[in-house]
Design a protein around this ligand. Structure first.
Ligand code: 13P
Ligand code: ZN
Length: 271
């Protein structure tokens, strides 16, 4: 029995979640041209339908991702605009089935669109992160990478290219950042976009963090759903924004005092 992807129970809702968040990324001004990408591990809801879907011949994935074998991932296409993913998700997202013990992936054929989309150039990072999430039975299924202006600007300031310093500053700007990003963001020093080195460094950070900041490039977050990943970046970006608003007005942000931050830590049971 042939199955149409969008008829699988749960898929239209997932597509709606992706639409909403990719629309936000564009509206926020974090998604110039094709900036950013998103992936969603939909194995739980779609695996039983794999045999009824039409896939192309497998492509080798470079590195092996054994824990992803037989997983199904939605991944935005390389070169696609977030505003277009929002308008027409089915023509801007690839569906990848990981095969051959995690050494290859095959792409869902979409004859109705006639447009061939290839997966994001950051596929190395997306696959490596999903591999780590599955291997550790983590609940996060979504990865968002985007280019938030103020967070990127901070990484052009030497003083903040330091994990402790940038986290202490971001936490001190507003209570939400301390509460909702209590483990802080992981700082990844500049590495070539799309490279395995960037993927490896990001994995290292995501073992303890849910947000990684790529120096002079952008930000990446993981979440149980697109909204959760988006919120983390949005909160961190808000801190950075307020920091620069004070600076532009000619003031240095005073920051929440150590005493108040300690009280917050106690009140919210932050380790
Ligand atoms: P893609 O269009 O290949 O997803 O690249 C966008 C990007 O932000 C690369 O870091
Ligand atoms: Zn990028």
């Amino acid at each position: 029995m042939k199955t149409y992807f969008n008829n699988i129970a749960g898929i239209p809702e997932i597509i709606e979640e992706i639409k909403k968040v990719t629309g936000f990324l564009w509206e926020k001004g974090w998604a110039e041209r094709n900036a950013g990408n998103l992936s969603y591990n939909i194995t739980d809801i779609a695996q039983e339908y794999i045999e009824f879907l039409d896939f192309e011949t497998p492509v080798k994935s470079g590195k092996p991702f054994p824990n992803l074998d037989n997983n199904l991932l939605l991944v935005t296409g390389t070169g696609t605009r977030m505003r277009d993913v929002f308008k027409n998700p089915y023509n801007n997202i690839c569906i990848l089935h990981i095969v051959e013990n995690g050494t290859a992936y095959r792409q869902f054929q979409k004859p109705e669109s006639g447009i061939k989309i290839l997966p994001t150039s950051e596929l190395s990072s997306h696959l490596a992160i999903h591999e780590m999430l599955v291997a550790n039975n983590r609940e996060e299924k979504v990865i968002i990478h985007t280019h938030p202006n103020n967070l990127i600007a901070l990484t052009h300031i030497r003083e903040f290219c330091d994990e402790d310093r940038i986290n202490n500053m971001l936490w001190s700007i507003q209570p939400e950042t301390r509460v909702f990003i209590h483990e802080g963001i992981g700082f990844v020093h500049y590495l070539q976009t799309g490279s395995d080195d960037l993927a490896d460094a990001t994995i290292g950070k995501l073992k303890k963090h849910r947000v990684a900041l790529w120096e002079k490039h952008g930000c990446l977050a993981i979440g149980k759903n697109p909204a959760e990943a988006f919120d983390l970046i949005d909160i961190a970006e808000k801190s950075a924004d307020i920091f620069f608003i004070c600076k532009s007005a000619g003031y240095k942000a005073e920051g929440i005092s150590k005493k108040n931050l300690d009280e917050l830590q106690q009140a919210f049971n932050i380790e």
